[in-house]
Ligand binder design. Structure first.
Ligand SMILES: [Zn+2]
Length: 294
């Protein structure tokens, strides 16, 4: 039974969609209220928003491992903010809030994506419900073998949570379609939880297709660590499409194709994500999986 839920926006200060959705819902809280749980709204990183940045000192969505929350030596703006949020809705391990929905956007062509960081029938049914009512929704499982304690995401404060990623939208930009898709996905998650609380989950497809995270691939770098190439045009915008062994995934600045070295078909996501340039991460590789709803 989920009794207390929090919707989080602005975990990254330049992802405007979640921030403006919170503003909308704060004016009309009935939109996010349901009959059998309470809903709170949290603007996670207002300082980064004011500075029009993803974060000021540290990526807030990497600050919530149990160890880091307990480490008082860590006191950057985001590390302090993480502890405040943990006090407000946690504490992690024994949280006041039962469920967190954390809204993000991506510059990549992922469309509306529901990110699951935990496993189980509840999540599979939730994902199937969302997809049933939103056929273009993609389902991605992100290190769902990890325990909450190990996860460093804000949403991992609660025992149960999901993240929403919708794109493509540039950083610090609002797009009507992305705004609508994020709102619809949030509404469907709230509706599902209300039904689940009532033990009234409707008939769902027996199984759905999802994409499970395998690893992140870096941009080609030279011996000094400088970028030596970029994402290949053949995979640009092709999120959730197959990447075959031997297929070009990068091109060097000299124009030479650099090919995928794996030995089986995988799928890409976060392909050429602007926010990952600071770590030179070019894309995530995923495998196609089937989630069963019974
Ligand atoms: Zn984000």
């Amino acid at each position: 039974m989920i009794k207390q839920l929090a919707i989080v926006g602005g975990t990254h200060g330049n992802e405007f969609t979640g921030i403006y959705l919170l503003k909308k819902w704060q004016k009309n809280t009935a939109l996010v209220e349901r009959s059998n749980f309470t809903t709170e709204m949290i603007f996670a990183n207002p300082q980064a928003y004011v500075q029009n940045k993803r974060y000021v000192e540290h990526d807030l969505n990497r600050c919530f491992s149990q160890t880091d929350l307990g480490n008082n030596q860590l006191n950057s703006i985001e590390q302090i903010r993480a502890k405040e949020i943990n006090q407000q809705i946690g504490p992690k391990g024994q949280p006041r809030i039962d469920f967190v929905i954390d809204m993000h956007t991506t510059t990549t062509n992922m469309g509306p994506t529901l990110l699951l960081t935990s496993k189980g029938k509840f999540y599979n049914q939730l994902a199937a419900y969302v997809q049933l009512h939103m056929p273009n929704a993609m389902i991605s499982c992100d290190e769902d073998h990890k325990s909450n304690e190990q996860h460093h995401f804000l949403s991992s404060i609660a025992m149960d949570s999901v993240m929403i990623e919708v794109g493509p939208v540039p950083q610090s930009v609002l797009r009507h379609d992305v705004f609508e898709q994020t709102e619809l996905m949030t509404m469907l998650i709230l509706d599902f939880i209300e039904l689940h609380n009532q033990d009234a989950v409707p008939q769902l497809p027996k199984s759905i297709t999802a994409y499970r995270y395998l690893e992140s691939i870096k941009l080609p770098l030279d011996a000094e660590g400088n970028r030596a190439g970029m994402v290949h045009k053949d995979i640009q915008d092709q999120d959730f499409m197959p990447i075959k062994p031997g297929q070009p995934i990068f091109v060097s600045f000299d124009g030479e194709d650099i090919c995928y070295q794996g030995d089986r078909v995988v799928y890409g996501s976060f392909i050429n994500e602007a926010a990952y340039y600071d770590n030179n991460i070019a894309l995530s590789l995923l495998e196609k999986v089937t989630l069963s709803t019974d």
